[in-house]
Design a protein around this ligand. Structure first.
Ligand SMILES: NC(=O)c1ccc[n+]([C@@H]2O[C@H](COP(=O)([O-])OP(=O)(O)OC[C@H]3O[C@@H](n4cnc5c(N)ncnc54)[C@H](O)[C@@H]3O)[C@@H](O)[C@H]2O)c1
Ligand SMILES: [Zn+2]
Length: 407
Protein backbone atom coordinates (compact mmCIF):
# COMPACT_ATOMS: atom_id res chain seq x y z
CA UNK A 1 0.00 0.00 0.00
CA UNK A 2 1.20 3.50 -0.78
CA UNK A 3 -0.03 6.81 0.56
CA UNK A 4 -0.45 10.09 -1.31
CA UNK A 5 -0.99 13.13 0.89
CA UNK A 6 -1.40 16.79 0.06
CA UNK A 7 -2.83 19.80 1.93
CA UNK A 8 -6.60 19.75 2.24
CA UNK A 9 -6.81 23.11 0.42
CA UNK A 10 -4.48 24.87 -1.96
CA UNK A 11 -5.21 28.48 -2.95
CA UNK A 12 -3.22 29.66 -5.94
CA UNK A 13 -2.98 32.60 -8.31
CA UNK A 14 -2.52 36.30 -7.70
CA UNK A 15 -4.35 37.50 -4.61
CA UNK A 16 -4.64 33.97 -3.18
CA UNK A 17 -3.57 35.33 0.19
CA UNK A 18 -7.08 36.73 0.58
CA UNK A 19 -8.13 33.17 1.45
CA UNK A 20 -6.96 34.01 4.98
CA UNK A 21 -10.12 36.11 5.38
CA UNK A 22 -12.22 32.96 5.41
CA UNK A 23 -10.23 31.08 8.07
CA UNK A 24 -12.13 30.07 11.17
CA UNK A 25 -10.41 30.29 14.53
CA UNK A 26 -9.59 32.46 17.50
CA UNK A 27 -5.85 32.99 17.56
CA UNK A 28 -3.28 32.93 14.78
CA UNK A 29 0.46 32.99 15.23
CA UNK A 30 2.31 34.20 12.14
CA UNK A 31 5.87 32.89 11.79
CA UNK A 32 8.17 34.86 9.49
CA UNK A 33 11.84 35.29 8.65
CA UNK A 34 14.18 38.22 8.72
CA UNK A 35 12.07 40.98 7.24
CA UNK A 36 11.36 40.53 3.52
CA UNK A 37 7.67 39.80 4.15
CA UNK A 38 7.36 42.94 6.27
CA UNK A 39 9.37 45.10 3.87
CA UNK A 40 7.22 44.23 0.87
CA UNK A 41 3.92 44.63 2.75
CA UNK A 42 2.83 40.97 2.69
CA UNK A 43 2.97 40.61 6.45
CA UNK A 44 0.64 43.57 7.00
CA UNK A 45 -1.75 42.10 4.46
CA UNK A 46 -1.79 38.74 6.23
CA UNK A 47 -2.38 40.41 9.60
CA UNK A 48 -5.29 42.46 8.28
CA UNK A 49 -6.91 39.47 6.53
CA UNK A 50 -6.69 37.38 9.70
CA UNK A 51 -8.11 40.23 11.79
CA UNK A 52 -10.94 40.50 9.26
CA UNK A 53 -11.56 36.81 9.99
CA UNK A 54 -11.97 37.79 13.63
CA UNK A 55 -8.69 36.39 14.92
CA UNK A 56 -6.25 37.68 17.48
CA UNK A 57 -2.83 37.74 15.80
CA UNK A 58 0.65 37.43 17.24
CA UNK A 59 3.97 37.39 15.39
CA UNK A 60 7.04 35.21 15.78
CA UNK A 61 9.66 37.07 13.74
CA UNK A 62 13.30 36.72 12.83
CA UNK A 63 13.55 33.05 11.80
CA UNK A 64 17.00 32.78 10.18
CA UNK A 65 17.84 31.08 6.86
CA UNK A 66 18.51 27.37 7.51
CA UNK A 67 16.78 27.54 10.90
CA UNK A 68 18.40 26.10 13.99
CA UNK A 69 17.13 23.75 16.68
CA UNK A 70 17.37 26.68 19.13
CA UNK A 71 15.02 28.81 17.03
CA UNK A 72 12.54 25.94 16.86
CA UNK A 73 12.56 25.63 20.66
CA UNK A 74 12.07 29.41 21.12
CA UNK A 75 9.17 29.49 18.66
CA UNK A 76 7.49 26.53 20.33
CA UNK A 77 7.76 28.35 23.67
CA UNK A 78 6.09 31.43 22.14
CA UNK A 79 3.30 29.18 20.86
CA UNK A 80 2.85 27.56 24.25
CA UNK A 81 2.42 31.01 25.77
CA UNK A 82 0.01 32.33 23.11
CA UNK A 83 -1.94 29.07 22.47
CA UNK A 84 -2.81 29.67 18.78
CA UNK A 85 -5.33 27.49 16.95
CA UNK A 86 -3.81 28.51 13.63
CA UNK A 87 -0.12 28.62 12.76
CA UNK A 88 0.48 30.74 9.66
CA UNK A 89 4.01 30.34 8.29
CA UNK A 90 5.06 32.89 5.68
CA UNK A 91 8.21 33.23 3.64
CA UNK A 92 10.80 30.93 2.14
CA UNK A 93 11.53 27.35 3.08
CA UNK A 94 13.35 28.42 6.23
CA UNK A 95 10.54 30.08 8.24
CA UNK A 96 7.97 27.56 7.03
CA UNK A 97 10.17 24.60 7.96
CA UNK A 98 10.95 26.12 11.35
CA UNK A 99 7.25 26.71 12.01
CA UNK A 100 6.47 23.07 11.16
CA UNK A 101 8.97 21.88 13.77
CA UNK A 102 7.67 24.46 16.31
CA UNK A 103 4.20 23.08 15.67
CA UNK A 104 5.31 19.56 16.67
CA UNK A 105 6.93 20.85 19.86
CA UNK A 106 3.87 23.02 20.62
CA UNK A 107 1.56 20.00 20.36
CA UNK A 108 3.99 17.74 22.25
CA UNK A 109 6.09 19.93 24.59
CA UNK A 110 8.08 16.96 25.91
CA UNK A 111 9.25 15.71 22.50
CA UNK A 112 13.00 16.02 21.86
CA UNK A 113 14.58 17.09 18.58
CA UNK A 114 16.01 13.56 18.17
CA UNK A 115 12.50 12.10 18.50
CA UNK A 116 11.20 14.53 15.85
CA UNK A 117 13.83 13.27 13.42
CA UNK A 118 12.56 9.67 13.47
CA UNK A 119 11.34 9.25 9.90
CA UNK A 120 7.53 8.94 9.83
CA UNK A 121 7.54 8.89 13.63
CA UNK A 122 5.65 12.09 14.49
CA UNK A 123 2.62 11.62 16.76
CA UNK A 124 -0.80 12.90 15.67
CA UNK A 125 -0.90 16.69 15.34
CA UNK A 126 -3.85 19.14 15.02
CA UNK A 127 -4.99 18.67 18.60
CA UNK A 128 -4.08 22.31 19.28
CA UNK A 129 -3.63 24.02 15.93
CA UNK A 130 -3.95 23.79 12.17
CA UNK A 131 -1.17 24.90 9.86
CA UNK A 132 -1.17 27.19 6.83
CA UNK A 133 1.94 27.82 4.74
CA UNK A 134 2.37 30.80 2.42
CA UNK A 135 5.48 30.44 0.29
CA UNK A 136 7.48 33.41 -0.96
CA UNK A 137 10.25 31.53 -2.78
CA UNK A 138 9.84 29.23 -5.77
CA UNK A 139 11.75 26.16 -4.76
CA UNK A 140 11.32 24.18 -1.58
CA UNK A 141 7.53 23.70 -1.97
CA UNK A 142 7.45 23.16 1.76
CA UNK A 143 3.91 24.60 1.65
CA UNK A 144 2.78 21.20 0.35
CA UNK A 145 5.41 18.80 1.66
CA UNK A 146 5.76 16.39 4.55
CA UNK A 147 9.27 17.69 5.29
CA UNK A 148 11.04 20.22 7.45
CA UNK A 149 14.78 20.75 7.40
CA UNK A 150 16.36 21.92 10.64
CA UNK A 151 20.06 22.52 11.19
CA UNK A 152 21.96 21.38 14.26
CA UNK A 153 24.78 23.94 14.22
CA UNK A 154 26.64 22.17 17.04
CA UNK A 155 27.05 19.17 14.74
CA UNK A 156 27.11 21.13 11.45
CA UNK A 157 24.38 18.84 10.08
CA UNK A 158 20.96 19.46 8.52
CA UNK A 159 18.30 17.02 9.64
CA UNK A 160 15.14 16.32 7.66
CA UNK A 161 11.97 15.80 9.70
CA UNK A 162 9.68 13.68 7.54
CA UNK A 163 6.08 12.76 8.24
CA UNK A 164 2.72 13.36 6.54
CA UNK A 165 1.56 14.76 9.92
CA UNK A 166 3.46 17.96 9.05
CA UNK A 167 1.97 18.33 5.58
CA UNK A 168 0.20 21.70 5.99
CA UNK A 169 -3.61 21.88 6.14
CA UNK A 170 -3.68 24.84 3.78
CA UNK A 171 -1.13 25.98 1.20
CA UNK A 172 -1.27 29.45 -0.32
CA UNK A 173 0.70 29.74 -3.56
CA UNK A 174 0.38 33.42 -4.44
CA UNK A 175 2.90 34.44 -7.14
CA UNK A 176 2.85 38.08 -6.00
CA UNK A 177 5.08 37.04 -3.12
CA UNK A 178 7.66 35.48 -5.46
CA UNK A 179 7.95 38.58 -7.63
CA UNK A 180 10.09 40.39 -5.06
CA UNK A 181 12.78 37.68 -5.01
CA UNK A 182 16.29 38.87 -5.90
CA UNK A 183 17.86 37.13 -8.92
CA UNK A 184 20.18 34.88 -6.99
CA UNK A 185 17.31 33.53 -4.92
CA UNK A 186 15.38 32.83 -8.14
CA UNK A 187 18.34 30.85 -9.46
CA UNK A 188 18.94 28.78 -6.34
CA UNK A 189 15.35 28.02 -5.47
CA UNK A 190 14.58 27.25 -9.11
CA UNK A 191 17.34 24.66 -9.33
CA UNK A 192 16.15 23.23 -6.02
CA UNK A 193 12.76 22.72 -7.66
CA UNK A 194 14.35 21.13 -10.74
CA UNK A 195 16.24 18.74 -8.47
CA UNK A 196 13.05 17.87 -6.58
CA UNK A 197 11.23 17.02 -9.81
CA UNK A 198 14.07 14.95 -11.30
CA UNK A 199 14.83 13.09 -8.05
CA UNK A 200 11.12 12.36 -7.54
CA UNK A 201 10.78 11.00 -11.07
CA UNK A 202 13.64 8.50 -10.68
CA UNK A 203 13.03 7.74 -6.98
CA UNK A 204 12.30 4.13 -6.14
CA UNK A 205 9.05 5.37 -4.55
CA UNK A 206 7.76 6.99 -7.76
CA UNK A 207 4.24 6.00 -8.82
CA UNK A 208 1.43 6.84 -11.22
CA UNK A 209 0.29 9.61 -8.90
CA UNK A 210 3.66 11.35 -8.63
CA UNK A 211 5.01 10.90 -12.18
CA UNK A 212 2.68 13.36 -13.94
CA UNK A 213 3.42 16.05 -11.37
CA UNK A 214 7.18 15.51 -11.55
CA UNK A 215 7.46 15.38 -15.33
CA UNK A 216 5.19 18.38 -15.90
CA UNK A 217 7.15 20.36 -13.31
CA UNK A 218 10.39 19.52 -15.17
CA UNK A 219 8.89 20.74 -18.45
CA UNK A 220 7.68 23.98 -16.84
CA UNK A 221 11.01 24.67 -15.15
CA UNK A 222 12.78 24.05 -18.46
CA UNK A 223 10.48 26.61 -20.08
CA UNK A 224 10.36 29.19 -17.30
CA UNK A 225 13.35 29.30 -14.97
CA UNK A 226 16.03 31.06 -16.99
CA UNK A 227 13.61 33.71 -18.24
CA UNK A 228 12.26 34.20 -14.75
CA UNK A 229 15.85 34.75 -13.61
CA UNK A 230 16.25 37.33 -16.37
CA UNK A 231 13.28 39.29 -15.10
CA UNK A 232 10.24 37.94 -16.98
CA UNK A 233 7.44 38.18 -14.39
CA UNK A 234 5.01 35.92 -16.22
CA UNK A 235 7.65 33.22 -16.09
CA UNK A 236 8.30 34.08 -12.44
CA UNK A 237 4.62 33.47 -11.71
CA UNK A 238 4.69 30.18 -13.62
CA UNK A 239 7.73 29.04 -11.64
CA UNK A 240 5.77 29.49 -8.43
CA UNK A 241 3.32 26.87 -9.69
CA UNK A 242 6.04 24.64 -11.17
CA UNK A 243 7.94 24.36 -7.90
CA UNK A 244 4.71 23.50 -6.10
CA UNK A 245 3.93 20.68 -8.54
CA UNK A 246 7.46 19.38 -8.01
CA UNK A 247 6.80 19.50 -4.27
CA UNK A 248 3.58 17.53 -4.57
CA UNK A 249 5.56 14.90 -6.44
CA UNK A 250 8.54 14.62 -4.11
CA UNK A 251 6.55 14.83 -0.91
CA UNK A 252 5.00 11.55 -1.98
CA UNK A 253 7.75 9.99 -4.13
CA UNK A 254 10.61 11.14 -1.87
CA UNK A 255 14.02 12.30 -3.09
CA UNK A 256 17.50 10.93 -3.63
CA UNK A 257 21.17 11.43 -2.85
CA UNK A 258 21.52 14.90 -4.39
CA UNK A 259 19.55 16.01 -1.37
CA UNK A 260 21.45 13.71 1.02
CA UNK A 261 24.69 15.31 -0.15
CA UNK A 262 23.28 18.86 -0.02
CA UNK A 263 22.00 18.28 3.52
CA UNK A 264 25.33 16.97 4.72
CA UNK A 265 27.60 19.51 3.00
CA UNK A 266 25.40 22.61 3.46
CA UNK A 267 26.59 23.50 6.95
CA UNK A 268 29.77 21.37 7.07
CA UNK A 269 32.10 24.24 6.10
CA UNK A 270 30.32 27.05 7.89
CA UNK A 271 33.52 27.66 9.91
CA UNK A 272 35.20 28.65 6.60
CA UNK A 273 32.43 31.11 5.75
CA UNK A 274 31.00 28.62 3.28
CA UNK A 275 27.36 28.08 3.86
CA UNK A 276 26.59 26.10 0.72
CA UNK A 277 23.10 27.35 -0.13
CA UNK A 278 20.69 24.46 -0.56
CA UNK A 279 19.65 25.18 -4.15
CA UNK A 280 23.21 25.89 -5.26
CA UNK A 281 24.42 22.64 -3.70
CA UNK A 282 21.69 20.73 -5.56
CA UNK A 283 22.51 22.48 -8.83
CA UNK A 284 26.18 21.50 -8.53
CA UNK A 285 25.59 17.89 -7.47
CA UNK A 286 22.62 16.97 -9.69
CA UNK A 287 24.58 16.36 -12.95
CA UNK A 288 27.10 14.19 -11.04
CA UNK A 289 24.41 12.11 -9.37
CA UNK A 290 22.58 11.61 -12.66
CA UNK A 291 25.78 10.13 -14.13
CA UNK A 292 26.10 7.86 -11.09
CA UNK A 293 22.45 6.77 -11.00
CA UNK A 294 22.33 6.14 -14.75
CA UNK A 295 24.28 2.91 -14.16
CA UNK A 296 21.03 1.56 -12.75
CA UNK A 297 18.97 0.29 -15.73
CA UNK A 298 15.61 1.54 -14.43
CA UNK A 299 16.98 4.98 -13.63
CA UNK A 300 18.66 5.10 -17.04
CA UNK A 301 15.33 4.44 -18.74
CA UNK A 302 13.55 7.04 -16.65
CA UNK A 303 16.17 9.72 -17.34
CA UNK A 304 15.60 8.87 -21.02
CA UNK A 305 11.88 9.52 -20.55
CA UNK A 306 12.62 12.89 -18.93
CA UNK A 307 14.81 13.84 -21.89
CA UNK A 308 12.12 12.79 -24.39
CA UNK A 309 9.61 14.92 -22.54
CA UNK A 310 12.00 17.88 -22.43
CA UNK A 311 12.69 17.42 -26.16
CA UNK A 312 16.41 18.11 -25.80
CA UNK A 313 17.74 15.10 -27.73
CA UNK A 314 16.77 12.99 -30.72
CA UNK A 315 14.08 10.54 -29.58
CA UNK A 316 15.87 7.72 -31.43
CA UNK A 317 19.12 8.26 -29.51
CA UNK A 318 20.19 5.67 -26.94
CA UNK A 319 19.35 6.24 -23.28
CA UNK A 320 23.06 6.75 -22.58
CA UNK A 321 23.14 9.58 -25.12
CA UNK A 322 19.99 11.04 -23.60
CA UNK A 323 21.60 11.06 -20.16
CA UNK A 324 24.57 12.96 -21.62
CA UNK A 325 22.15 15.48 -23.14
CA UNK A 326 20.40 15.92 -19.78
CA UNK A 327 23.68 16.50 -17.96
CA UNK A 328 24.82 19.01 -20.61
CA UNK A 329 21.46 20.78 -20.42
CA UNK A 330 21.57 21.11 -16.63
CA UNK A 331 25.16 22.38 -16.72
CA UNK A 332 24.11 24.98 -19.28
CA UNK A 333 21.31 26.04 -16.94
CA UNK A 334 23.86 26.49 -14.14
CA UNK A 335 25.95 28.70 -16.43
CA UNK A 336 22.92 30.77 -17.39
CA UNK A 337 21.98 31.13 -13.72
CA UNK A 338 25.54 31.98 -12.63
CA UNK A 339 25.87 28.95 -10.36
CA UNK A 340 29.29 27.24 -10.08
CA UNK A 341 29.76 23.62 -11.18
CA UNK A 342 31.64 22.44 -8.11
CA UNK A 343 32.45 23.12 -4.47
CA UNK A 344 36.03 24.13 -5.34
CA UNK A 345 34.68 27.10 -7.30
CA UNK A 346 31.89 27.99 -4.86
CA UNK A 347 32.82 31.53 -3.92
CA UNK A 348 31.54 34.59 -2.12
CA UNK A 349 27.81 35.16 -2.55
CA UNK A 350 27.72 31.64 -4.02
CA UNK A 351 29.07 32.87 -7.36
CA UNK A 352 31.59 30.86 -9.35
CA UNK A 353 35.21 31.84 -8.78
CA UNK A 354 38.72 30.48 -9.26
CA UNK A 355 39.28 29.56 -5.61
CA UNK A 356 36.17 29.07 -3.50
CA UNK A 357 35.56 29.04 0.22
CA UNK A 358 36.32 25.41 0.96
CA UNK A 359 40.07 24.65 1.01
CA UNK A 360 40.96 21.31 -0.58
CA UNK A 361 42.71 20.09 2.56
CA UNK A 362 39.69 20.78 4.75
CA UNK A 363 37.37 19.13 2.25
CA UNK A 364 39.52 15.99 2.14
CA UNK A 365 39.81 15.87 5.94
CA UNK A 366 36.03 15.97 6.34
CA UNK A 367 35.18 13.85 3.30
CA UNK A 368 34.79 10.51 5.05
CA UNK A 369 32.45 11.81 7.77
CA UNK A 370 30.36 13.72 5.25
CA UNK A 371 30.05 10.58 3.10
CA UNK A 372 28.94 8.50 6.09
CA UNK A 373 26.42 11.17 7.10
CA UNK A 374 25.09 11.49 3.55
CA UNK A 375 24.49 7.75 3.34
CA UNK A 376 22.59 7.96 6.63
CA UNK A 377 20.39 10.82 5.39
CA UNK A 378 16.67 10.13 5.11
CA UNK A 379 16.75 10.86 1.35
CA UNK A 380 19.23 8.08 0.51
CA UNK A 381 16.78 5.19 0.88
CA UNK A 382 14.72 6.12 -2.18
CA UNK A 383 17.70 6.82 -4.46
CA UNK A 384 17.69 4.41 -7.43
CA UNK A 385 21.27 3.28 -6.80
CA UNK A 386 22.60 2.69 -3.28
CA UNK A 387 26.16 3.97 -2.97
CA UNK A 388 28.78 2.43 -0.68
CA UNK A 389 30.74 4.81 1.57
CA UNK A 390 33.63 4.55 -0.87
CA UNK A 391 31.40 5.44 -3.83
CA UNK A 392 29.88 8.33 -1.91
CA UNK A 393 33.38 9.65 -1.19
CA UNK A 394 34.24 9.39 -4.90
CA UNK A 395 31.01 11.13 -5.85
CA UNK A 396 31.64 13.97 -3.39
CA UNK A 397 35.15 14.34 -4.79
CA UNK A 398 33.69 14.71 -8.29
CA UNK A 399 31.43 17.40 -6.84
CA UNK A 400 34.44 19.15 -5.34
CA UNK A 401 36.72 19.05 -8.40
CA UNK A 402 34.09 18.91 -11.18
CA UNK A 403 35.48 15.67 -12.54
CA UNK A 404 33.58 13.08 -14.52
CA UNK A 405 31.65 10.32 -12.77
CA UNK A 406 32.74 7.07 -14.44
CA UNK A 407 31.92 4.50 -11.75
N1 LIG B 1 10.72 21.29 3.65
C1 LIG B 1 11.11 20.92 2.47
O1 LIG B 1 10.46 20.10 1.83
C2 LIG B 1 12.36 21.51 1.92
C3 LIG B 1 12.76 21.18 0.62
C4 LIG B 1 13.93 21.77 0.14
C5 LIG B 1 14.66 22.64 0.94
N2 LIG B 1 14.26 22.94 2.21
C6 LIG B 1 15.01 23.86 3.10
O2 LIG B 1 14.53 25.20 2.90
C7 LIG B 1 15.58 26.13 3.18
C8 LIG B 1 15.77 27.09 2.02
O3 LIG B 1 14.59 27.78 1.77
P1 LIG B 1 14.49 28.88 0.60
O4 LIG B 1 15.38 28.44 -0.50
O5 LIG B 1 13.07 29.06 0.32
O6 LIG B 1 15.16 30.18 1.22
P2 LIG B 1 15.05 30.85 2.68
O7 LIG B 1 13.72 30.67 3.28
O8 LIG B 1 16.22 30.39 3.48
O9 LIG B 1 15.21 32.39 2.33
C9 LIG B 1 16.44 32.90 1.85
C10 LIG B 1 16.43 34.44 1.91
O10 LIG B 1 15.50 34.96 0.99
C11 LIG B 1 14.68 35.97 1.58
N3 LIG B 1 13.38 35.97 0.90
C12 LIG B 1 12.45 34.99 0.96
N4 LIG B 1 11.40 35.28 0.14
C13 LIG B 1 11.69 36.47 -0.44
C14 LIG B 1 10.99 37.29 -1.37
N5 LIG B 1 9.82 36.92 -1.91
N6 LIG B 1 11.55 38.46 -1.72
C15 LIG B 1 12.77 38.84 -1.23
N7 LIG B 1 13.47 38.09 -0.36
C16 LIG B 1 12.94 36.92 0.04
C17 LIG B 1 14.66 35.59 3.04
O11 LIG B 1 14.38 36.72 3.83
C18 LIG B 1 16.04 35.01 3.26
O12 LIG B 1 16.95 36.03 3.58
C19 LIG B 1 16.81 25.31 3.45
O13 LIG B 1 17.02 25.19 4.86
C20 LIG B 1 16.50 23.96 2.85
O14 LIG B 1 17.23 22.92 3.43
C21 LIG B 1 13.12 22.39 2.69
ZN1 LIG C 1 15.46 20.76 -1.90
Amino acid sequence: MARFTLPRDLYHGKGAMEALKSFQGKKAMICVGGGSMKKFGFLDKAISYLKEAGMEVKLFEGIEPDPSVDTVMKGAQAMLEFQPDWIIAMGGGSPIDAAKAMWIKYEYPDITFEEMCKVFGIPQLRKKAKFCAISSTSGTATEVTAFSIITDYHKGIKYPIADFEITPDVAIVDPELAETMPKKLVAHTGMDAMTHAIEAYVSTANCNYTDPLAIFAIKMIEADLVESYNGNMEKRDAMHDAQCLAGMAFSNALLGIVHSMAHKTGAAFADYGAHIIHGAANAMYLPKVIAFNAKDPTALKRYGQIVDYMEICDKKASDEEKVKALIAYLRKMNDELNIPHCIKNYGADSYPCEQGFVPEKVFLERLHDIAVNAIGDACTGSNPRQPSVEEMEKLLKCCYYDTEVDF
